[in-house]
Design a protein around this ligand. Structure first.
Ligand code: MV4
Length: 447
């Protein structure tokens, strides 16, 4: 097992990784920018190294500074967390070339599953269901030809797209001409490649993702699903597990399909397969080859410490259990609490003058914030994750209502009132929502 792990991240996820290390008897090295000298992740770690100026590109994205910090402190592994370098195959490769273990999949697996087109091909080969789709589109005429084959509506996507950029829907030939031209132009402006392709457009899907763990000996388990449909502008707002849309039989089926696919692909460590779900059917979208923000709801219902498992797997340990050993119990919901202006949703950094996190049975708060902490303006606006669990969805909901009421955050505007509003809506309470629900709701309830 590792003696010392360098945590190549900041914020709550750096704390999350530190906590797993501590419980495993592993020492930790924090890295930080000049703006983060007073951050909680720096205070908790056994050692800390300043890796550069405030801007992420100069610090948390600075590969050689991070690897140098690991070499100087004698760390034998690096955990990248999420965001920053977590899905950067070149970084993973560099880390390994320096004799340090990268806690995650191999660079090769990251490249295969990180590229949308190759991931889609690998998914099809491994038996995962996907939306009907086209090859790369050469011209408007070619696009229209494919749209007729697939049947309207369709969605044109950039090969290298992300965050919804370069995506255009078309419901007929006229719209197709514009969608193709616009998607291609947006792709050219924003991504390395202006290659676009199309898929059948699903109009009211849910976003459901499956968590997997795989060791280096071909053992794979799934840890059930997370429903992440409550989102706006491609940012998840609330996630829950299990999904209110699935029954036990459907969960078992998609779980087994995913487990076999991961086995066939030969992927290792923790990963998440994203699907759209509509009318009882799943469609693979893409894979995240990292730990995810919303992993705690899976931990709550499966009882498995995902970060601990990532570290064990990376060190060469066997999973030591099979799918039949995993049981799911209860229901968990996570609210992402961001420091942002409630009207414009722009980040609002500043000093947190009062901080009191809720507690009690079934409550988990993952946050780097303390009373008197100044949130720097350079990074993501998420300041806390509130995770509640209960025996049933309704019990979790009642507990969530109570916990949001108990939460005290003063000094910075934040999204607690938004969460309170969402969870009081009939559609949310009934679990009747899709990926468009929150944006539609907000459009219709502007103050
Ligand atoms: C889709 C889709 C409907 N049909 N593909 C948006 C982000 C990108 N990762 C994939 N996205 C979508 N792909 C087909 N064939 C709808 C979306 C989509 C979406 C997906 C997941 C979560 C939020 C979303 C918000 C808008 C659109």
């Amino acid at each position: 097992m590792f003696q010392k792990i360098l945590i190549a991240n900041r914020g709550e996820v750096a704390l999350r990784i530190h906590r797993a290390c501590r419980e495993m008897g592993i020492r930790t090295v924090a890295v930080h920018s000049e703006a983060d000298a007073n951050a909680m992740h720096v205070r908790l770690a056994d050692e800390a190294v300043c890796i550069g100026p405030a801007r992420s590109t100069d610090s948390y994205l600075n590969k050689s500074a991070i690897i140098s910090a690991a070499l100087i402190t004698g760390a034998d592994a690096i955990h990248p967390g999420y965001g920053f370098l977590s899905e950067n195959a070149d970084f993973a490769e560099m880390v390994e070339e320096h004799g340090i273990t990268f806690i995650g999949p191999t660079a090769e697996q990251m490249r295969l599953m990180g590229d949308k087109i190759t991931a889609r091909q690998a998914a099809i080969k491994a038996g995962l269901p996907v939306t009907p789709g086209s090859p790369a589109l050469e011209s408007v005429e070619h696009a229209i030809e494919w749209a007729h084959k697939i049947g309207y509506p369709v969605i044109v996507k950039a090969k290298d797209g992300g965050g919804g950029k370069g995506m255009k829907t078309a419901f007929n030939d006229e719209e197709m001409r514009e969608a193709f031209t616009m998607a291609k132009a947006e792709a050219k402006a924003s991504f390395p490649s202006d290659v676009v392709y199309m898929e059948k457009y699903l109009q009211k899907p849910r976003h459901i993702e499956m968590q997997v763990l795989a060791d280096k000996y071909g053992h794979v388990v799934h840890l059930g699903e997370r429903d992440c449909s409550i989102q706006r502008k491609n940012q998840k707002v609330i996630e829950e597990s299990p999904s209110p849309a699935l029954n036990a039989q459907q969960r078992k089926e998609i779980g087994e399909t995913v487990r076999k696919a991961i086995e066939q692909i030969g992927y290792t460590n923790a990963g998440t397969l994203e699907f759209l779900y509509e009318d009882g059917k799943f469609y693979f979208l893409e894979m995240n080859t990292r730990l995810q923000v919303e992993h705690p709801i899976t931990e709550a219902v499966s009882g498995i410490d995902i970060v601990r498992e990532q570290i064990r797997i990376a060190s060469g340990a066997e999973l030591g259990y099979t799918q039949d050993d995993i049981t799911f119990s209860g229901h968990a919901i996570e609210c992402r609490i961001n420091a942002e202006n409630p009207e414009t949703f722009t980040p609002c950094p500043g000093k947190v003058t009062e901080w009191h996190a809720p507690g009690g049975l079934g409550i988990r708060v993952d946050s780097e914030i303390y009373s008197g902490y100044s949130i720097p303006p350079f990074y993501d606006s998420m300041i806390a994750k509130l995770i509640v669990s209960g025996k049933t969805r309704n019990a979790a909901l009642m507990r969530l209502r109570r916990a949001l009421e108990e939460f005290v955050i003063e000094g910075v505007p934040n999204t607690i009132p938004l969460h309170q509003e969402i969870i009081s809506q009939a559609e949310f309470i009934d679990g009747q929502y899709n990926i468009h629900w929150l944006e539609n709701y907000m459009k219709n309830h502007q103050k």
